[in-house]
Write a protein that binds this ligand. Structure first.
Ligand code: SF4
Length: 483
């Protein structure tokens, strides 16, 4: 039972150690039992945490179709436990009910594959997972928006996307759990890494071509790719153009991330090298908050970088925002949204702050109970969603993380019919993604049943450099196995 519910308990009590069996000296306990009463299944549970004890007992029932696709008992217990935890905490733990996974929209795609109508999908999300109607509608809207970009048929053209990881940053933002490799000595830290990356790119390109695949999208992410020297960027783009990019490549993204990492000339050169989508991420336009979270730029530099990107002629501008940064309230969110929309980005990615292990913020936090709607994140999200929609932005991809404020979501918005193809393929997992470089993840997707195997390159650049030949052959084997 522990394995089936610990994610829900962790959602309620983030940062606490969870133990499977009662231990001497541990006073906080959650006890749950599934049994039978006559013909009916019955759940009993006690949450005895803090100074409060909450208990419940009720009959539980499978929802229609449930027994066929996964063990019904697990879902019944999860629904029971969420309701028990909600009662214990006097609030709603999550508007996503029992769903704790990263990719809830995939569930909707599976139902759409089976021909389900919208009303049946909304009803199913509520009855099976206790998802609130507004979130169920959002999931359905996102699925409908990104479905035309998915390879929904087995005979779809053999396209994949590639990710190039540049796991270096000039400093670490306080909310970031990325095992950031701060560049201290560029020659020592970065140059051997780029040599290994170029080897991996060449060899993976050979396997991709030999297996008859085309590249739909390229994403250079990090870290901060724009801290690379001009000559290193040129080397990467030379291999991309010689070996990967072809007529079927519609999107080349560079994650510039921090505005302090770009120059006017650098952006012009990226455009000349074929980049047609760039991410310049303010996170917030409040200068005080930017200092507090360890960013090394102010809002003026965001405006400048966005203007340079436009002047360079890069077609699609994405800007990332984070809701729930320390000390911020609805007024700050509104100021940020207004100032960002003045820059007219084509894509806005709205994150809800997640308290991630490994980040400086997480280290200084005390274990506590979930901040469930008590903060201003939930109303802030509603306000931002409505203001984005009023300016013709529509949600097109969505994912969730552990320990998000108020258990909300991250949503990508687009306007003008220009969603990020790579983000859609990466989140919905219906296209093979070849990740190259330190920390890059690859997904090998089998068309038809959309089953996948994942493979991750080592995060640490030195380990990556040491293992590069071995990991190339493992990925080539996985790619060949798709044929
Ligand atoms: S720039 Fe991005 S990857 Fe680098 S430390 Fe900041 S949030 Fe993390």
């Amino acid at each position: 039972m522990f394995d089936h519910v610990h994610d829900l308990v962790r959602m309620a009590f983030p940062g606490h150690d969870l133990l499977r069996c009662p231990q001497v000296g541990v006073t906080d306990r959650i006890w749950i039992e599934l049994g039978k009463r006559g013909e009916c299944m019955c759940c009993r549970g006690i949450v005895d945490v803090g100074a409060k004890k909450t208990q419940a007992e009720s009959d539980v029932h499978p929802v229609e179709g449930e027994a066929n696709d996964e063990p019904a008992a697990t879902n019944m217990v999860r629904r029971f436990l969420v309701e028990l935890l909600n009662r214990h905490m006097d609030c709603e733990l999550s508007p996503y009910g029992t769903l704790t996974g990263v990719r809830p929209v995939k569930i909707v795609h599976r139902l759409l594959d089976r021909g389900w109508e919208d009303t049946a999908i909304l009803d199913h999300l509520f009855r099976k997972y206790l998802v609130k109607l507004d979130k169920a509608r959002l999931l359905l809207e996102v699925a409908r928006a990104n479905r035309p970009f998915l390879p929904v048929r087995i005979e779809a053209p053999r396209l994949l996307s590639v990710y190039i990881g540049i796991p270096f940053c000039s400093s670490r933002c306080h909310y970031c759990s990325f095992p950031g490799n701060r560049v201290r000595d560029y020659e020592v830290d970065v140059s051997p890494y780029i040599s290994a990356l170029l080897v991996e790119m060449e060899m993976m390109a050979e396997a991709i071509t030999e297996n008859g695949w085309g590249i739909q999208s390229v994403y250079l992410g990090g870290g901060t790719p724009t801290i690379l020297s001009q000559s290193h960027l040129e080397m990467i783009f030379k291999v991309l153009h010689d070996r990967f990019i072809s007529g079927c490549t519609s999107e080349i993204t560079v994650e510039a991330g921090r505005p302090d990492s770009v120059t006017k000339q650098g952006l012009n050169r990226l455009r000349e090298m074929g980049v047609n989508r760039i991410c310049i991420n303010p996170q917030t336009m409040e200068d005080e908050t930017l200092k507090l979270i360890g960013r090394q730029h102010d809002s003026r530099m965001v405006v400048e970088a966005a203007e340079w990107a436009r002047q360079a002629g890069i077609e699609i501008l994405n800007m990332d925002l984070i809701l729930g940064l320390p000390g911020e309230n609805l007024r700050n969110f509104q100021n940020t949204a207004r100032r960002v929309m003045e820059l007219e980005p084509d894509n806005i990615t709205l994150h809800t702050l997640a308290s991630k292990r490994g980040s400086q913020m997480f280290m200084t936090q005390k274990p506590g109970r979930v901040q469930s709607g008590g903060g201003e994140e939930a109303p802030g999200l509603v306000w931002l969603d409505s203001i984005f929609r009023a300016h013709d932005y529509r949600p097109y991809y969505l994912y969730r993380q552990k320990y998000m404020q108020a258990n909300l979501e991250n949503t990508g918005y687009e306007r003008g019919g220009r969603p990020c193809i790579y983000n859609i393929q990466m989140i919905e997992e219906r296209q093979t993604i070849i990740g190259m470089g330190g920390g890059a993840g690859s997904k090998f997707v089998r068309p038809g049943d959309w089953s996948l195997t994942s493979f991750h390159n080592p995060q640490n650049p030195q380990r990556y450099v040491g293992a590069v030949h071995q990991l190339i052959s493992r990925k080539v084997d996985k790619l060949r196995a798709l044929n």
